[in-house]
Design a protein around this ligand. Sequence first.
Ligand SMILES: [Zn+2]
Length: 506
Amino acid sequence: MLCHCLFICLTWLGSGLTASGSTTSDLESAVSARFKTIIRDPNELRAFFRAMPKGADLHLHYLGADYAENVIEIGARNDLCVHPKTMMVGPGPCAAPSIPLNLVKRDQELNDMVVKALSLRGFQGNLEARRQHVQEVTDRLRALMIDKSTHLASLCRQAARENTSLIEILLRDDEAGVILEQLSMDLDMREMPEERWARLAPLLKDVLKDTGRRLKRMQQQAGFRPPNATAPGIKAGFLYSIPRTVSNRHFFVEAAFAFALAAESPVVVGVSLGGDEAHVNAVANFSRQMVILAFFHEKFPSVKRAYHAGELAPGRVSPEHLGTHIEETFRVAGADRIGHAADIGSADKMHQLLTGLAAKKTAVEVALTANEQLLGLAGPAHPLPLFVRYKVPVVLTADRPGIFRTDLTEQFILAATRYPQLGYKDFKRMVRNSLEYSFLEGQSLWPNGDYTEPAWSFLPEAGNKPSEACRRFLKENPKAAAQWRLEKDLRRFEESQAGRIAAERN
Ligand SMILES: [Zn+2]
């Protein structure tokens, strides 16, 4: 029944072909040809990728996603103050020498200073200093970005500008964090994990309820559609982030909470693992953390997992820790998606690992700007072309666009200019991957995860209307509904590109 319905849905999509009656593959070939001609023209390329529907950004850190200018504006509205020397932020009224952000936004010199303190704009310094600066920026943002729903509303507008229909936002709830840390003090790590969990679970009930309510309210106030909506509109889901830099006992509590929250909250679509991977605790406890994550996966098998792993480069950690994190995150913790995987070249059995990732359809979230800025990894040293060659599903992400002063469009431009072996079809695949590997609920529009469904070759009949079964399928499956809309948008985009070709010919 499902296949039949999919066939009809795809045929229906197919029926919306060009006015001139071109088939999808005609259109795709025409756009691919145009793409090759504009690849060396930065303005044409930017216009091309700006206009291209990009599906989703699946790896957007709440602390760092918004631009400093917006952070200052929203902070000013909340009467926050900044110390002109330390750049520490606090609530008003401002005691000297702290300055109200309201004043900062109207003074060019002060504004420049604060923007630099909240991002990498104009930053001079080596890799180590840059990483240190980003850490300090993140701490300042934590104190500043307290009006979460307003910041999320700003991200919603950003998503619209980027032509994305979904963002998955990595965050933690600070209020919950305080309670969890307290709970971790009484945890007995000599007990078996089962017993520990049994003792902990009832203690989490209230904080789960409160946090779930807070996140839901934030999401609604920001103007996002919930992740399980099938109606049009920009959706946002949260990936609840487990900190990897804490002690083992604290990690156990945070992981328990994150999994339980994702299992019961409709706006938390999965769990994530964050923090500096080269931190002493993250390195020393890595294997134990993977076992803990595997334990909670068993308790909550439906919870989706997107873990950072391999955001490392030679020299960041001692050699025995290079390349091993991806392997363990994949095989032990069983991640559905892996963030970065930048040090895959150092893996013991790299080719087997790549083949394994491809076979299990474990997607890799590639963040070119983040890897360049924080790892010094760019150009041929970056594994993006390797992932594509091995058919590992890839999605592009802006990671922390506010801090890096970038956006998702720029990630596509960087990939296209740095890796000319990638063509339009590769980018279209990455865009489709972003919804296929998103944590939206329901079935996929693509039954085998392959975007070359034979339905495309069945020629559409003009005026085909979707069957009732097809409509029902899309209504019941948020993921398929989003994918179906993306296909329509991609079609429209390709038609407009084909129109450009015709206009340029004349
Ligand atoms: Zn990240």
